[in-house]
Write a protein of this length. Structure first.
Length: 122
């Protein structure tokens, strides 16, 4: 089953929200990774088979630099609040985007109005 890691730039409440939707999800803080660099978080997710959910655009660059070894869900919102990010996650859930992801090779960029999915082709 897929595991999701909520990056520290998003509220840990989003991990609890995903768990209520029956996903396996953890927040960075729950795993003792708070304050770690993006590269360290990426390496952890690669090793432990987590998909990263973040609002940090730097992870898009890291995704391509590491040949898509970890799938990333990048949340974009004009309003930087947990409520809006939860709404985006709910849309991804209803569209079954989260269920159909794979551990690696996917970059999902999601906003309140749009979802773009890029697959890294090797």
């Amino acid at each position: 089953m897929l595991q999701f890691l909520i990056d520290e730039n998003l509220s840990p409440h989003l991990a609890r929200y995903l768990r209520r939707l029956q996903y396996r999800a953890k927040a960075i803080r729950e795993l003792g990774l708070k304050g770690k660099s993006d590269e360290e978080v990426f390496s952890f997710c690669e090793k432990e088979k987590f998909i990263i959910i973040t609002g940090d655009l730097d992870f898009g660059e890291i995704f391509f630099r590491h040949f898509g070894n970890v799938s990333i869900v990048l949340l974009r919102s004009r309003f930087q609040s947990t409520k809006y990010f939860a709404k985006i996650l709910n849309n991804l859930h209803r569209q079954q985007t989260l269920l159909n992801l794979e551990i690696s090779n996917f970059l999902v960029i999601a906003s309140e109005k749009d979802v773009r999915i890029r697959k890294f082709l090797q």
